[in-house]
Write a protein that binds this ligand. Structure first.
Ligand code: SF4
Ligand code: SF4
Ligand code: SF4
Length: 165
């Protein structure tokens, strides 16, 4: 597949598609520099990098989240990764099919969230319900991997929280 076809495919569907698939510390231009050697995929100890469209590495939080170990960055000889960038542009969002919202006890996402971005608030006559503190979420995907309902999506916040009032 040519690079131009791969690029179109990567951008197809707009922000959501590319946002869900980009390796950490990359932007959409990484397909210009990536030679599709697969070294980052082999190096990832969490197996969150996969060969995706056009043979380019893509991230998928199937069984684990990203631990930010930087092994992918270390093994890459090309100018693909830039640690000056934010690792991931997306943040976790809990969807309506969350078990806790249906009054079924579940806090699996909280248990794996390293920066404690998912918090459960007590609620009278209801099991505790989760909220995500967007400022603390790193977009690591650990909660996505563990959720039994597939109730967590990662999406780029529309507006950066800059409320100073
Ligand atoms: S930082 Fe580590 S865990 Fe995350 S994608 Fe790279 S190699 Fe995998
Ligand atoms: S792991 Fe999933 S179902 Fe359970 S509380 Fe979290 S978002 Fe809801
Ligand atoms: S993506 Fe990572 S940091 Fe964000 S809420 Fe989920 S587990 Fe916590």
């Amino acid at each position: 597949m040519s690079v131009s076809l791969a690029r179109r495919s990567f951008l197809r569907g707009g922000r959501a598609l590319s946002a869900e698939r980009k390796p950490p510390w990359t932007d959409e231009s990484f397909i210009e520099a990536c030679v599709r050697c697969g070294d980052c995929i082999d190096a990832c100890p969490e197996n969150v990098l996969f060969k995706g469209d056009g043979g380019f590495p893509q991230i998928r939080f199937q069984d684990e989240g990203c631990t930010f170990c930087q092994e992918c960055v270390r093994v890459c000889d090309e100018p693909v990764f830039d640690l000056a960038r934010e690792a991931f542009p997306w943040r976790a969002r809990i969807r309506d099919n969350c078990l806790a919202l249906a009054n079924i006890h579940c806090q699996s996402c909280q248990d794996v969230c390293e920066p404690s971005a998912i918090r459960f608030s007590p609620s009278l006559g209801h099991v505790p319900m989760p909220t995500v503190a967007l400022d603390d979420c790193t977009g690591c995907g650990a909660c996505v991997a563990v959720c039994p309902q597939d109730a967590i999506e990662l999406s780029a916040p529309e507006v950066k929280e800059t409320n100073h009032d």
